[in-house]
Design a protein around this ligand. Structure first.
Ligand code: FAD
Length: 482
């Protein structure tokens, strides 16, 4: 089989986003996917959070998702809804969009980008040395690559074969989840540690706690009927299941995101209870953090040590999600003391500052990579402002459509010179008269220049001089070329 620069194991949300990012950066990539089509084996994510919507906007594809999803206030902590319509972002909402539709739209995009997918086969293992990785596939063939990325979900074969420890906590609770037809329509609403509600095409969606947290057998229609009888005393004549699956609150994170030429992202790097609906979102954002860095390492623009920043930046984000989902599980307990604690948290979340703090975390808008001391923008997401340029009004996000870094010069036109990086970094002279506002932090001082990485995070902030700019350009985008 032909070699590729990068092999991605797993064509779920993370794998597809990573493949798109690499392709936009000019890297030759192939996806190996176990499923024969993008159809899902079970219902999973029900939507997207604000930062994921922003990330899709940065690539110019958000309209495809907005056209099929329904924008709404989806943020919740331990079931307590939180409104973000006052947040300083163009997308001050979430989006209801089932994962099956998200994956279908993503699959359409990566097909347009010409990304090959080897479907109906699995990555079964690999060997690696200083020059590359030899990836073994379930059809008996193998494919060579410079890097292998495990985007192969929570049970990641790649992570296990790389010997990366998946540290954390065993499940305490197991849920059965299904979409079925029913003879009798039940009352929709929360119960049994989950709930019953309408699903697509007249089916009924059921999510209920099962008594045993560590079941490993495949769930059956009988298991679902038994769960319904436990909570409602009847199975409503459930039949013709479209999906039946289980999930748990197992909470684990890869202790390392890289082992030599092998990296992990998405659920392969972190699993947790689905409370708050964050898993798909942070997987997509892992991919956007890793893609451009890996592309630069593959092309020789940057040293392999740039990949260490992927773990340094994304591991803490994953750890925070593990922590907040564990907290949400604890707040969901029904004993009197837990209920009292939850009531106290609800009181706090009605106050402005706590709401902003927690809602920004769930929405992914508060991520601040530790790039050292400096202006509050440093390491945070660049706001999508309308800039005045010689070509008219330009949105910041539109400058990121090609996944290329951009230096915005907001001072005197022609005041910054980045000629040695001109082949990699766009320089845009612009002005912006409005205020600078960040989620949670509020208004911040206006910078005179901003260096924005392809993932939309700010790598350097100008204060009237170019002090530190060369170092930042070298750190993030490689040595100068004269
Ligand atoms: C009930 C439930 C509700 C959820 N709700 C939400 C929500 O509302 N919001 C949210 O953000 N997240 C939610 N999640 C989490 C979300 O579904 C996952 O975080 C997301 O699917 C992770 O994407 P991924 O691409 O990293 O992994 P996966 O989606 O697991 O994709 C991995 C892919 O790799 C393939 N694969 C596996 N092994 C191999 C192999 N060896 N070789 C080749 N291919 C392989 C699989 O077929 C799959 O396509 C929910 C999860 C569950 C279970």
């Amino acid at each position: 089989m032909a070699d590729h620069a990068v092999v991605i194991a797993g064509g779920g949300p993370t794998g597809m986003m990573l493949a798109a990012e690499l392709t936009l950066a000019g890297t030759d990539v192939v996806i190996v996917e176990r499923r024969a089509s993008f159809q899902l084996e079970s219902p999973r994510s029900r939507g997207l959070h604000s930062r994921t919507i922003e990330v899709l906007d940065q690539r110019g594809v958000v309209d495809r998702f907005l056209a099929e999803g329904k924008t709404m206030q989806v943020q919740a902590f331990a079931g307590v809804p939180m409104d973000i319509s006052d947040f300083p972002t163009r997308h001050n909402y979430g989006m209801a969009l089932l994962q099956s539709h998200f994956e279908r739209i993503m699959a359409g995009w990566i097909e347009e980008l010409g990304i090959p997918i080897l479907r109906d086969r699995e990555v079964t293992g690999f060997t690696q040395d200083d020059s590359g990785v030899d990836v073994a596939l379930s059809d008996g063939t193998s494919v060579g690559a410079k890097f292998l990325i495990g985007c192969d979900g929570g049970r990641s074969v790649v992570r296990k074969a790389a010997g990366i420890d998946f540290a954390g906590w065993d499940p305490t609770t197991c849920w059965i989840i299904a979409e079925v037809e029913m003879e009798e329509v039940p009352e929709f609403g929360l119960r049994g540690g989950g709930g019953i509600g309408p699903a697509e095409e007249g089916r009924v969606g059921v999510t209920l706690i099962e008594p045993e947290p560590n079941r490993t057998d495949d769930p059956t229609l009988e298991d679902l009927r038994a769960a319904l009888v436990r909570v409602d005393g009847t199975d409503y004549g459930a039949h013709s299941a479209r999906f039946i699956s289980r999930f748990t609150d197992m909470t684990r994170q890869a202790v390392a995101y890289r082992s030599g030429r092998v990296l992990v992202a998405g659920d392969a790097a972190h699993v947790h209870a689905p409370m708050g609906g964050q898993g798909l979102n942070i997987g997509v954002q892992d991919a956007v953090n890793l893609g451009w860095k890996l592309a630069q390492v593959v092309s020789g623009t940057s040293p392999v040590s740039l990949l260490d920043t992927y773990q340094a930046e994304r591991h803490p984000v994953g750890a925070r999600v593990l922590r907040n989902t564990m907290a949400q599980r604890a707040l969901g307990a029904t004993d009197a003391r837990s209920v009292a604690l939850r009531d106290t948290v609800i009181e706090l979340l009605r106050m402005d500052e706590p709401r902003k703090h927690i809602a920004a975390m769930i929405a992914g808008l508060d991520v601040a990579y530790d790039l050292g001391e400096g202006h509050p923008l440093l390491g945070r997401r660049m706001p999508d402002m309308d800039l005045a340029t010689a070509d008219g009004t330009v949105r910041v996000f539109s400058l990121l459509h090609d996944a290329k870094p951009v230096l915005l010069n907001l001072g005197d036109a022609g005041g910054l010179d980045i000629a040695p990086w001109a082949d990699r970094v766009q320089l845009v002279d612009a002005s912006y008269a409005g205020t600078w506002e960040l989620p949670v932090l509020g208004e911040v001082g206006a910078p005179t220049a901003v260096l924005v990485r392809p993932d939309g995070h700010v790598a350097w902030v100008g204060d009237g001089t170019d002090a530190g700019l060369r170092e930042a350009l070298t750190t993030w985008f490689g040595n100068e070329v004269l």
